[in-house]
Design a protein around this ligand. Structure first.
Ligand SMILES: [Zn+2]
Length: 333
């Protein structure tokens, strides 16, 4: 993925679908600008290929795209604007295409795309707001279960803006809104009972969870895999075990030490691999048996001690990082 592809990926509307042939379809942003009515049938498609991308709208027949060595066409610039890329970023992307065209180094180009807002399910409030309401019995019973789930995970009520929705399909889920510049840009709903899907997530692929809390006064950012891990220590989560390029750029743009704390399983080795590639710090304190991630450690030892051990056992030495990676590759599941 290069900058242009990452930019496209980052601004895709939250509601999009991938087809087996590689097309990603979503509601076309172009039609209303071309004298057609707004698309509601996901008639726009994007496909990534050979370091570039192609966009085609099957509603108004608008076409755009880019391949390395070319500059951004008028159509492609328009498309980027309609997808919500601000002018300042568009200029950087144009510069990037020019640098590729002239075969110059591109290392200095930074990017900070604006993520789109998203709507939470109807009838969603923070758990604290719900607690102040006069509630029918069945609603308070369900809220007590949600609260109990939070406690069971070792979380505290004031650690995050935990939410809950009375909307059918969400009632047995703890909702965790995702913020960017103070606005909600996604959420996940964690099922509190058995059953699938465990997480119901609406998010853009380049989003880094809890990045809003990484204020300039902080000296480092701790990066973990899951949302509960991140909330437990007020770090960031990449929400899978291999950060994508947009996430890497967002973390780098914080301009501070990045400390990766992988889960204690084989996929955790991928996190260390990225850390090695990016020159990031790795920390893997020995928290004993039964502790497989940061949330477990916080539940067992508390937040302060867990943070202390993460900072105490951080590792910047390349060879030692490789050894930690090997250790995870040989974890028995
Ligand atoms: Zn269109």
């Amino acid at each position: 993925m290069n900058l242009i592809q990452t930019a496209v990926q980052t601004v895709l509307p939250p509601k999009h679908k991938s087809t087996p042939s590689g097309w990603i379809s979503f509601n076309a942003p172009c039609c209303v600008h071309n004298g057609e009515s707004a698309d509601t049938k996901s008639r726009a498609g994007v496909i990534f290929k050979e370091d570039g991308f192609t966009y085609h709208c099957f509603n108004c027949n608008f076409k755009a795209g880019w391949t390395p060595g070319k500059l951004l066409s008028k159509n492609t610039k328009n498309l980027f604007t309609w997808l919500g890329i601000p002018d300042s970023e568009l200029q950087k992307l144009s510069l990037y295409t020019l640098q590729i065209k002239e075969n110059q180094p591109v290392a200095k180009v930074e990017i900070n795309l604006t993520l789109k807002e998203i709507e939470l399910p109807e009838m969603t409030m923070s758990i604290e707001e719900w607690a102040r309401e006069d509630l029918p019995d069945d609603v308070s019973q369900q809220l007590i279960k949600i609260y109990q789930y939070l406690l069971d995970r070792g979380m505290e009520i004031n650690w995050y803006n935990w939410s809950w929705s009375y909307t059918p399909g969400y009632r047995d889920r703890l909702l965790i809104p995702f913020y960017h510049n103070g606005k909600i840009v996604g959420f996940t709903g964690r099922k509190i009972t058995d059953g699938k899907p465990k997480y119901l997530t609406h998010s853009q692929p380049g989003y880094v969870f809890n990045i809003d809390r990484q204020t300039p006064d902080r000296q480092c950012v701790i990066v973990v895999e899951g949302q509960f891990d991140a909330i437990a220590i007020d770090g960031c989560a990449i929400m899978h075990n291999e950060p994508n390029e947009a996430q890497i750029m967002r973390l780098r743009s914080l301009g501070r030490e990045v400390i990766v704390v992988p889960d204690r399983d084989k996929p955790g080795a991928k996190m260390i691999e990225t850390a090695v590639e990016q020159g990031w710090t790795v920390s893997m304190p020995d928290w004993g048996d039964g502790v497989k991630d940061v949330a477990d450690a916080v539940k067992k030892f508390g937040r302060v001690y867990t943070l202390f051990t993460i900072l105490h056992y951080k590792e910047t030495n390349e060879i030692k990082k490789q050894l930690l990676k090997k250790k995870l590759e040989h974890v028995e599941l």
